[in-house]
Ligand binder design. Structure first.
Ligand code: KG4
Ligand code: ZN
Length: 340
């Protein structure tokens, strides 16, 4: 079954065609980074408008590249939560209109479930597995028993990992989007130059699978204040701060994931979300997982960052069971599970 999947939850307009939840026939992403760059962050109104302008062309390109006609499709999937509500509504309206016009089944999928599924889509399909999702809006550790069957093991109590990268990049004057800019800057820095904190000051053993990044971000603020705001940041010093921050953030992500593997006895983990594109995170996982006897899987970067293939792939599992959503399915800006 070939499924068309759409994703417009934030600042990427994305459409893809995936066969049988596994074979990516096309994966088109129109990034809005250039539009939001001058504002230093995603502007919801600008994002929604840009999605509306681009979504038809992106869908057309996804079908053309996959060499698929509407009548070859078995269904249409769209991310309907969580995200910016105006942005979600554009994808949702497009998916519903096409489902109606082409007489196809339609399903809404959860953005985080789709990020988790990216590992399966890329071939990591043994269960149970641990999943670490690190994106601009979410940092979550799950035990995954099957696609869409997730148990929350830990989550961030404040900032998401990507949000911390973005905010520190801003403090260092590195522009938007911050994560990749900070990673580039960190490449020439010394990761041991500054000992930034690895855990929240009052972390209790029971919180050990939860994350907190606001203390780390504040430590960068204090470091910059202490050295004197009036002194211009030289290139080498900026790189040292970026590398030291990145090292602290990545170490926490790696250690907590490996702690989740130990606590559950599940010695395999898939990593997803935009921060999973980070090269240092990938290298540190490779180093430490070996010692811990855990298998760590990273999907290719195109499946880690927001994309339509992960929603098309995940939706296959619902569509093939005959499940459908009604055409009054609404956009929902809030995450599905707050607790555990
Ligand atoms: O999953 P994603 O594409 O969108 C959300 O669902 O949020 O993740 C975007 C986040 C942003 O915070 C971005 O700065 C971060 O992922 N990111 C990175 C890298 N590439 C993207 N963070 C660190 N290093 C990277 N190479
Ligand atoms: Zn995402």
């Amino acid at each position: 079954m070939k499924v068309l999947g759409l994703e417009t939850s934030c600042d990427e307009t994305a459409a893809a065609v995936v066969e049988d939840g596994r074979v990516v026939l096309s994966n088109i992403v129109a990034s809005q980074h250039a539009l939001h760059g001058p504002f230093g962050g995603v502007v919801p109104e600008v994002a929604a408008r840009a999605h509306a302008e681009r979504v038809s062309a992106v869908i057309e390109e996804a079908l053309t590249q996959a060499r698929v006609a509407p009548e070859d499709l078995g269904g249409i999937a769209v991310v309907h939560r969580p995200g910016l509500v105006g942005a979600l509504l554009v994808g949702l309206s497009a998916a519903k209109s096409l489902a109606l016009a082409w007489d196809l089944p339609f399903v809404g999928v959860d953005h985080i479930d789709a990020h988790v599924y990216a590992a399966h889509l890329a071939g990591f399909d043994r269960y149970p597995q641990i999943s670490l999702i690190v994106s601009g809006g979410h940092t979550c550790l799950y035990a995954v028993d099957a696609p869409m069957q997730l148990r929350v093991l830990g989550q961030t109590t404040d900032d998401a990992a990507g949000e911390a990268f973005d905010k520190v990049a801003k403090l260092l004057g590195l522009g938007f989007p911050g994560g990749p800019a900070l990673a580039r800057c960190a490449a020439s820095g010394n990761p041991s130059a500054i000992a930034f904190p690895r855990s929240a000051p009052n972390e209790k053993p029971s919180d050990r699978l939860d994350f907190s990044f606001s203390g780390l971000k504040t430590a960068v603020v204090y470091h910059l204040r202490k050295r004197g705001a009036d002194k211009p940041l030289g290139e080498a010093e900026r790189a040292d701060i970026a590398a030291s921050f990145q090292e602290a953030a990545c170490e926490v992500l790696v250690e907590k994931t490996l702690a989740a593997c130990r606590a559950t006895g599940i010695k395999r983990a898939g990593i997803g979300g935009g921060v999973a594109c980070n090269e240092r995170l990938r290298a540190l996982f490779a180093e430490r997982a070996l010692k811990a006897g855990a298998e760590i899987f990273f999907p290719p970067p195109a499946l880690c960052a927001d994309n339509g293939a992960m929603s098309a792939g995940l939706a296959f599992h619902r569509l093939s069971r005959g499940e459908r959503d009604a055409l009054d399915l609404d956009a929902d800006p809030t995450p599905k599970r707050a607790g555990r």
